[in-house]
Ligand binder design. Structure first.
Ligand code: SAM
Length: 254
């Protein structure tokens, strides 16, 4: 965007106080028009789908990201997860193959076997993240692509999650946000911020990191607090302070 266009945008934007007031009254900024972060992720994944691809969904467990009708013609879709129990809960027949595998440990049978590796809300749960990234790169065939979405270390939930014991986090997420405890897993948020990711992804041939400044959902049960949070988030969204993004979508070529 040109400098003039950016200045015009800023001139049109409401003041930060206005953003806080609106959020307090229940109206979130434009970037929340589609509040589910799975939507931009689905868009990023769809852009990479090709007929006949071999696709690996890392940490897909009970919830494969791609339904059979989403798969391109002739695609092979495999799921992996550290938990065999999670994989067993997936809808029958959605995976063509599944593997119990910890993404931080190299599984030789997966090396060089996939054209596309996808991963939704898994990488904040793994440590060390650099080992996981290297393994996902190894699982790609030459020219292959990874698309991954995960939460940021400095997101409000990332910070709270690391301050409180896991059991308390599960209780809070269930009590206040109605999350199913079965779908809440311990998280590490290991190096999940833009500059750390860029260092980690240096061996990849192409890297695109899209920050999502969309962490307000977790405070929806206390509107005034959510308003204040959205005001702060608005500042770093306008200044594109990427290390503070609530989520990242990483698209990288092997
Ligand atoms: C929040 S769930 C996300 C599930 C699914 N990808 C989705 O779109 O909802 C996180 C998943 O990551 C898996 N997981 C956690 N640590 C892992 C690891 N080191 N290697 C592979 N999977 C892991 C968990 O078992 C769980 O199924």
């Amino acid at each position: 965007m040109s400098v003039e266009a950016q200045q015009a945008n800023v001139a049109r934007s409401p003041s930060i106080a206005g953003v806080v007031r609106d959020a307090w009254a229940g109206s979130l900024p434009e970037r929340y028009a589609e509040p589910r972060t799975s939507v931009p992720f689905a868009r990023a994944v769809r852009a990479q789908l090709r007929p006949g691809q071999r696709i690996l969904d890392v940490g897909s467990g009970s919830l494969p990201f791609l339904a059979p009708e989403d798969l391109p013609e002739g695609a092979h879709y495999a799921g992996t997860d550290i938990s065999g129990d999670e994989l067993a809960k997936a809808p029958e027949g959605w995976y063509h193959a599944s593997y119990v595998s910890d993404v931080t440990r190299r599984s030789d049978e997966l090396v060089g076997s996939y054209d596309l590796v996808i991963s939704n809300q898994v990488l904040e749960h793994v440590k060390p993240l650099d080992a996981a990234m290297e393994n996902m790169r190894a699982y790609l065939a030459p020219g292959g692509t990874m698309v991954a979405k995960f939460s940021g270390t400095f997101s409000i939930f990332g910070l709270i999650n690391r301050m409180v014991p896991h059991k308390l986090a599960v209780w809070g997420l269930h009590r206040f946000l109605g999350y199913d405890p079965e779908h809440i897993f311990p998280a590490h948020y290991d190096h999940c911020w833009d500059s750390a990711l860029r260092r980690m992804l240096a061996p990849w041939s192409e890297v695109r990191i899209d920050p999502l400044y969309m962490g307000a959902e977790y405070l929806s049960f206390v509107r005034p607090l959510q308003g204040l949070y959205v005001g702060a988030e608005e500042i770093w969204a306008r200044r594109d302070v990427r290390n503070l993004a609530a989520y990242y979508i990483v698209t990288a070529k092997r």
